[in-house]
Design a protein around this ligand. Structure first.
Ligand code: HEM
Length: 405
């Protein structure tokens, strides 16, 4: 059993196996990983309890992020361009370097900055829902391509001030970068890497243009004048790359899983339409846990859950398992949109890398389901179940056929 095996995640998230591990071997040595992040033959520690996932996340001095990355396979290709992706992406940094970059980019994600996007994104969500109404007039449609895909990309484009005429290109590069593990998309690593290089180049040009002529967007704020408190152009390029990976497919899958959860729990959909509880988005993220796992590497010999971890050992934090831990959640297998409090780890375990886009993601989920509840209240499943994505660390839905008749 290897919970990073794309063939397994293609089929399902192994919740029963996680439950067994939490009970019998909560920190368990998995001797071989079949995941596709480049460490195919190495073993890793599978960390499955909520408390232990939090511990690993909040102790970067013991568990480093510098050799962790979901984008590692691109790195070999990108390196040909003389850029070290591994080093420039903040997800792969440890403090104090990470602290420096995080403090800068956080300026673009203040509550005020996110609130500033709300009106544009609400209009966009309504438009997406209206287009779905039109699609439903012809019968069933695919919720993923018709609804879930667009808002996360529009949100990132809005955030960094990408002009409308460039958005189709940005969307195309972003989609190519995240699809490469699933053979059905026929996207090779090379195509994914080329898309990444083009996106980075685009973002660096955008940064240069804003430096010349600042506008009211986060690019202008982050790169205004290079120096201590600002990003270099190459750093900005990789930041946009990270946003396109971290903020795109995660939110898309939260929306798709959320719809699927509503349609398979009709009483929750009725409750949502009647009361629109503010707690719904967080429960959707707990329930979906789009990021199944991330990994760290032990910096020195240490102990976790009674196990001796050696320096250099890889440690996989299974957010999906933590989010179903009965030590923390009452009835963890129940989808309850009024769950409160809801200390789930879907956005990470609370350490320095905690999801930068959390409030944006929550806002997007709220906006899209509000728009759908108004425009398509009678939505129902039009096929047996979703078609799942083949991926090593994502709980992904590729297709979800729905109809409103
Ligand atoms: C980091 C999940 C949406 C930007 C992360 C992490 C997780 C996560 C699990 C790693 C946390 C850690 O290692 O401790 C999600 C989920 C989302 C979502 C489930 C949607 C439902 C977004 C959005 C954005 C974003 C919309 C931005 C547009 C980032 C960034 C990081 C990150 C930049 C890296 C932060 C750092 O290294 O300091 N996210 N995310 N995410 N996320 Fe999100």
């Amino acid at each position: 059993f290897d919970a990073t095996d794309p063939d397994l995640l293609h089929d399902r998230v192994p919740l029963p196996e996680f439950a067994q591990l939490r009970r019998t071997a909560p920190v368990w040595w998995c001797p071989q990983r079949r995941g596709v992040t480049g460490f195919d033959d190495e073993g890793y520690w599978a960390v499955t309890r909520h408390a232990d996932v939090k511990y690993v996340s909040t102790h970067p001095e013991l568990f480093s992020s510098t050799t962790n990355t979901a984008i590692i396979r691109f790195n070999e290709h990108i390196q040909r361009e003389q850029i070290d992706a591994q080093r420039l992406i903040m997800l792969n940094m440890d403090p104090p370097e990470h602290t420096r970059v995080r403090q800068i980019v956080q300026r673009g994600f203040t509550p005020r900055a996110i609130r500033g996007l709300e009106t544009a994104l609400r209009d966009r969500a309504r438009k997406i829902a209206e287009e779905a109404v039109a699609a439903s007039a012809d019968g069933s449609f695919d919720f993923v391509t018709q609804v879930a895909c667009e808002l996360p990309l529009q949100a990132i484009a809005e955030l960094i001030g990408v002009p409308q005429e460039d958005r189709a290109r940005i969307f195309d590069w972003s989609n190519k970068m995240v699809a490469y593990d699933d053979p059905e998309y026929a996207i090779t690593e090379e195509v994914g890497a080329n898309a990444a290089v083009e996106l980075i180049g685009y973002a660096m040009n955008l940064a240069a243009a804003r430096k010349e002529c600042p506008a009211k967007d986060i690019v202008s704020q982050l790169v205004a004048a290079e120096g201590e408190g600002n990003l270099r152009s190459d750093e900005f390029g990789f930041f946009v790359l990270l946003l396109a990976v971290a903020g795109n497919e995660t939110t898309r899958n939260a929306i798709s899983h959320g719809m699927h959860a509503f349609l398979t729990h009709p009483e929750q959909w009725e409750l949502y339409k009647a009361t629109r509880p503010a707690t719904a988005a967080e429960e959707i993220v707990r329930w979906a846990t789009p990021v199944v796992s991330f990994q760290r590497t032990a910096t020195r010999d240490t102990e976790l859950g009674g196990q001796k971890i050696k320096a250099g050992d890889r440690v996989g934090m299974f957010y999906s398992s933590a989010n179903h831990d009965p030590e923390v959640f009452e009835d963890p297998d129940v989808f309850d949109i009024t769950r409160d409090p809801n200390p789930h780890l879907g956005f990470g375990g609370g350490g320095p890398h905690f999801c930068l886009g959390k409030s944006l993601a929550v806002m997007e989920i709220d906006l899209i389901f509000n728009a759908l509840a108004d425009a398509l209240p009678d939505l129902r499943l039009a096929a047996d179940g979703p078609r799942r994505l083949r991926a090593a660390w994502l709980n992904g839905i590729k297709e979800l056929r729905v109809s409103s008749r």
